[in-house]
Design a protein around this ligand. Structure first.
Ligand code: ZN
Length: 366
């Protein structure tokens, strides 16, 4: 199987390929169309769902693409390839489990080539209790104006100040400051939002509808942009709950990393989407990860993100600069090369097959 054919060059093309594959596989398909936003080409934006296997099974595997918009090229290609995979579909039936593919959790960012959503919010920092005081990210506050200066490329004096900050605090502290999540600057980077985003509310409703009555929930959320090229890091995606961390490692092995214990390339994050499982399906035994595929060195990824956020705050930028910045952000989160696609696809198949085996056991026990 050559998986490259299942990857797409735009959100709309990805959606068409996913829905055609879902239809051909006999999956049960449904749509959650965005009520207000349209895509970059004026197209409809939608979170699409495809359900395979035994809809009443005690074990459910949820696969999410596009939590981070532009990162959706990867997860969408993996989902579509799996829908077209006769062996995988036979595995689902044999395991007696249910598989739910959620395509494009953040369709706005996917189409508009943003990592964030229509509110400039990072969906993987948006799942927290907004009635409580927000986490404070004091280090981000120190460098916000240096990250997003008045002009782009950044003025030399401003960039020297930022380099000085990084030199005195270290690269790890810099990554945590920028990417950990912040709730004070609505026009800033890795902003967690001012309330539950549309995609957050849809995901919660989907979990209530399809996962609340299960005894076991497997969770694979596809991401890109951290780690070595083509390598899939399995980053534990639930709460700081020992039995869930242990279960996730029992499923996928000790290579599962966690930002709770510092083993992940990811900085500690606030408000990740896996927390929704605790609210919406507390009775389902959770094993979940972000499957994070490497693309380019993090310095390059952060630079592309800074530029794209700057562009968002400067809609008067020239057409040439706009297309250059948009091209760069797509390229750092999606390597449009057959060998990279083959690598990410092979690891996705293996991770999903492993999950099916454990969910089959959960089904057999009930
Ligand atoms: Zn991501």
């Amino acid at each position: 199987m050559n998986p490259a054919a299942y990857f797409a060059a735009s959100y709309d093309e990805a959606r068409v390929k996913f829905l055609a594959a879902a239809e051909a596989s006999g999956a049960s398909v449904s749509h959650r169309v965005h009520p207000t936003e349209r895509g970059a080409e004026g197209e409809e934006l939608s979170i699409d769902l495809a359900m395979l296997g035994d809809s009443e099974a005690p074990g459910l595997l949820l696969m999410i693409s596009g939590t981070h918009g532009v990162e959706g090229f990867c997860g969408s290609g993996c989902q579509t390839a799996l829908l077209r995979d006769d062996d995988f579909r036979a595995d689902i039936d044999r395991a007696g489990v249910c598989v739910l593919m959620l395509h494009a959790l953040n369709p706005y960012g996917f189409s508009h080539l943003r990592r964030v959503n229509e509110d400039n919010a990072d969906l993987n920092r948006n799942f927290l209790d907004f009635s409580a005081p927000r986490p404070v990210n004091a280090r981000y506050e120190e460098i916000h104006s240096l990250l997003l200066p008045s002009s782009w490329p950044p003025p030399n004096d401003s960039e020297r100040k930022l380099e000085g900050w990084v030199a005195s605090h270290g690269a790890t502290t810099y990554q945590a400051a920028v990417s950990g999540g912040q709730y004070r600057f609505a026009d800033g980077m890795f902003y967690g939002g001012a309330g539950p985003a549309w995609s957050n509310r849809v995901l919660r409703a989907v979990l209530r509808e399809h996962a609340a009555n299960r005894s076991a929930l497997g969770w694979i959320d596809f991401h890109t942009g951290l780690g070595p090229r083509g390598h899939g890091e399995m980053i534990y995606a639930g709460g700081n709950v020992a039995p869930d961390i242990a279960r996730t490692k029992a499923w996928w092995g000790d290579q599962v990393t966690s930002f709770f214990d510092g083993t992940s390339t990811s900085a500690p994050l606030t408000g990740i989407n896996g927390y929704a499982a605790y609210d919406e399906c507390p009775d389902a035994a959770f094993a979940g990860m972000a499957l994070e595929y490497g693309t380019y060195p993090i310095e390059q990824t952060l630079q592309a993100l800074r530029a794209e956020h700057w562009l968002h705050n400067h809609p008067d930028a020239s057409r040439a600069q706009r297309s250059e910045i948009k091209r760069a952000i797509r390229d750092v989160f999606y390597i449009d090369a057959d060998d990279w696609k083959a690598m990410v696809h092979a690891q996705a198949v293996e991770a999903c097959r492993t999950a099916l085996g454990h969910l089959a056991r959960a089904s057999a026990e009930t």
